[in-house]
Design a protein around this ligand. Structure first.
Ligand code: UGA
Length: 421
């Protein structure tokens, strides 16, 4: 029904909306009245990277944050707590405050409006958002005014233990969000450099990650090598951090964090080059199946998906691509690849296919890009019969165990597995 058609696919979300819609969850486009009656307003708007002007390619575009603050200042009545939920550069609260504080003057005369600004960054990850909300590692609230902090804390206390709720000053809170994402992305780039070392030495990155991660100071999570991080946050937040460092004159610090993005790009380029090399340095006209187009499993989000980068490179080599994803639809796949430079007539060489046996028919290679559960137990013994020989599987997510392919007429390359050649 209508709940199946939420604009985002997120496990568990449709059920929540179904349960509480019309009870204590309401959707409205009446901005003016909603602001007027609100005690607390979360600003959760988009803050993409600026495409032009000062800071283009690095700084966050704050125009939607600013216009939200302006609308709030216009329509709010009495005391209103304004909470930054969007990920923002450090010191954005200052901008919001200054706009809100000017509101009484705006309409000539003291209208008795008062505001306090809090920072309450969001740490949920796509695909596990509902669980991350229900069982957060921590809730972070930054602010200056204790009454407002306590009021927001009160809401979280309904399901989060008080020792998990951290309160800090505004700037620490804003900065912590960027740093948390930078540290997470850094782990991925680190393990991805290790995947390359493993391939050249006969080591196995899964084994190294396990051995290293068992050290409780390092920890086991977020040590999975793959085609690099995608999603709407990591790259944007690091670029933003780099921009802030540069603005502060911290050149070396900016270069340090920027390296994480460079390694991420390098990893994707490396995968593409490996595939071309294995297929005798020529993929023109060859049929390559892409399994998975979303940036990770359990989401239909394709923003910054490594699959996009790699597909563009393969199309530029005149390959024929057959793309499969259980949740990303045909239109989104085409939209993501349109506008690619140096790719001529690519529409004719791009096929969307939801049936895997059909997709792999006559294929020269299968490239696994997303760790969807659907791909873990595919019957390769059967599928390979109809592939063109010599046929290849490239597994960038380590979801196939080499055992599965024993005695099957398939060549197998697995990222970070020095034994899979
Ligand atoms: C990320 C953070 O994990 C959240 O804490 C944060 O709130 C969110 O950004 C945000 O700022 O909004 P998300 O981008 O949804 O969440 O997804 P992640 O699970 O972090 O995955 C990001 C990318 O890293 C994916 O492409 C994933 O495949 C990749 N990844 C993740 C790895 O390659 N290896 C890993 O071990 C983990």
């Amino acid at each position: 029904g209508e709940y199946q058609n939420l604009p985002v696919f997120e496990p568990g979300l449709a059920q929540i909306v179904k349960d509480v819609r019309g009870k204590n969850l309401f959707f409205s486009i009446d901005v003016q009245n909603s602001i007027k009656i609100a005690d607390l307003i979360f600003i959760s708007v988009n803050t993409p990277i600026k495409s032009h002007g000062i800071g283009a390619g690095e700084a966050s575009d704050l125009k939607w944050v600013e216009s939200s603050a302006r609308e709030i200042s216009m329509y709010a009545e009495g005391h209103t707590i304004v909470v930054e939920k969007s990920t923002l550069p450090v010191k954005t609260a200052r901008i919001i405050k200054s706009i809100l504080e000017s509101s009484n003057q705006n309409l000539g005369g003291d209208l008795g409006k008062t505001f306090s600004v809090l920072s309450n960054p969001e740490f949920l990850a796509e695909g596990t958002a509902v669980n991350d909300l229900e069982n957060p590692d921590r809730v972070l609230i930054g602010g200056e005014d204790k009454t407002s902090i306590d009021l927001l804390k009160e809401i979280y206390l309904r399901w989060v233990k008080s020792d998990k709720i951290i309160t800090t000053n505004l700037w620490s809170s804003e900065l912590s969000k960027l740093i948390a994402n930078a540290f997470l992305a850094q782990r991925i780039s680190s393990i991805n450099t290790v995947s390359a070392i493993c391939e050249s030495t006969g080591a196995n990155v899964e084994e190294v990650a396990l051995a290293v991660g068992k050290d409780s100071r390092i920890g086991e999570k977020f040590l999975k090598s793959g085609p690099g991080f995608g999603g709407s946050c990591f790259k944007k937040d690091i670029l933003n951090l780099v921009y802030i460092c540069k603005s502060l004159g911290l050149k070396e610090v900016a270069a340090y964090w920027n390296e994480i993005i460079k390694i991420n790009d390098w990893q994707q380029d490396r995968i593409y080059r490996t595939l071309v090399e294995k297929l005798y340095g020529n993929i023109s006209g060859k049929r390559i199946v892409i399994l998975g187009f979303s940036f990770k499993a359990n989401t239909n989000d394709t923003r910054n998906s490594p699959a996009i980068t790699i597909c563009r490179k393969l199309l530029a080599e005149d390959a024929q691509l057959v793309i499969h994803d259980p949740k990303v639809g045909e239109k989104d796949v085409f939209d993501a690849l349109v506008g690619s430079e140096n790719i001529i007539n690519f529409e004719k060489r791009l096929i969307y296919e939801i049936n895997i046996p059909k997709a792999t028919e006559n294929a020269d290679a299968v490239l696994i890009m997303t760790e969807w559960e659907d791909y873990i137990n595919l019957d390769w013994k059967k599928l390979q019969i109809k592939m063109r020989k010599p046929s290849w599987i490239f597994d960038t997510r380590s979801i196939i165990s080499p055992e599965q392919l024993k005695r099957i007429d398939l060549n197998f390359w697995q990222l970070g597995n020095g034994e899979s050649y």
